[in-house]
Write a protein that binds this ligand. Structure first.
Ligand SMILES: [Zn+2]
Length: 319
């Protein structure tokens, strides 16, 4: 069997591993994402690749490529990180393929992490056999990947499918992309925490204490917990996230006519009930002929989807 080194670079962690052509993860490591310079991340990648190559030689593993999925805007043809993401420090203008070419002779693939997620789900996961699907990864930010007629839509250089930055309110909160009211400002982990913080800052101090003494430190996880216990401000924030996500998904369905939406990312994994709420709302507000019958599922491959998709690029490309 052929194997590929997979590297999934996110804002919080970098997952690396050796992945087989069936999507089986043979080795896996998780590193916290270095937050000083891009040099530190590139050095970590080099070290990881050389260690896995050594391991593969020792254990007679047939390695055929290195596949990387990264957050940010990626020139996938030239193997470059263009402009990164606010979630990874100093992650701009890096020639990853060139940097790693001194470490390995294996072909090196690089793509946006939401595209590699879509590749994994389309080839091996919930989207297997489905040729028109939209993937949304709900985490610190919101990533998007689109498969249309069996092909990942990348646009001119790979920047397509920034679905988290689809605006659903032109009077909405400022987004780090430069726009306003993007889905990400309402329904990502950061967005949910920010909207909750605004609410807490607008209510009186006594009431605020019933939530937290430290609004600056709150995370979306707490907002979901407060929502579960029925605290009204938290419920408003979560309802708003569901509404923003639903209007965004209706836009996506109207644009791409998919038969399936696949959700991934920590926030979707931890709050599966959310998907049913979104499904109901989408059915209520979308064009009936288009939204009817569109299925919504949570990633089948779970937490390893990004890693598997990163490694899988070599096989997806050669099909
Ligand atoms: Zn945006």
């Amino acid at each position: 069997m052929e194997y590929s080194i997979g590297i999934d670079i996110g804002g919080t962690k970098i997952a690396t591993g050796i992945v087989g052509q069936q999507g089986n993860v043979r080795y896996k490591r998780i590193h916290p994402t270095p937050n000083s310079t891009n040099r530190e991340i590139v050095d970590l990648l080099k070290q990881t690749v050389s260690e896995y190559m050594k391991l593969a030689t020792e254990e007679n593993i047939n390695l055929v490529s290195v596949g990387i999925g990264s957050a940010g805007q990626i020139d996938y043809k030239n193997g470059r990180i263009l402009s990164g993401t606010v979630n990874i420090k100093d992650w701009n203008n890096i020639d990853i393929r060139e940097s790693l070419s001194h470490t390995t002779n294996l072909p090196i693939y690089l793509d946006n992490d939401a595209n590699t997620f879509a590749i994994a789900e389309h080839q091996l996961g919930s989207g297997k056999g489905v040729d028109d699907l939209v993937c949304l990864t709900l985490g610190t930010g919101i990533g998007g990947g689109i498969v249309s007629d069996g092909n990942v839509i990348r646009g001119k250089w790979g920047g397509a499918a920034e679905l988290g930055h689809m605006s659903v309110n032109f009077n909405g909160p400022d987004c780090n992309c430069g726009s306003k009211g993007c889905i990400e400002t309402y329904a990502s982990g950061t967005g949910i925490a920010n909207r909750m913080r605004e609410k807490l800052n607008s209510i009186d101090a006594g009431k605020r204490i019933s939530y937290t003494e430290h609004p600056d430190m709150l995370t979306s996880k707490e907002v979901f917990e407060w929502n579960k216990t029925g605290l009204p401000e938290a419920k408003e924030v979560i309802d708003q996230a569901i509404t923003a996500l639903s209007f965004g998904i209706v836009n996506m369905i109207h644009t791409f006519n998919p038969s399936l939406i696949i959700f991934g990312g920590g926030l979707a994994e931890a709050n599966r009930w959310l998907i049913e709420e979104v499904q109901n709302k989408v059915n209520a507000i979308g064009m009936p002929s288009l939204v009817k019958g569109v299925e919504m599922k949570v990633s089948k491959l779970g937490y390893d989807t990004g890693l598997i998709g990163a490694a899988y690029q070599v096989w997806a490309t050669s099909k």
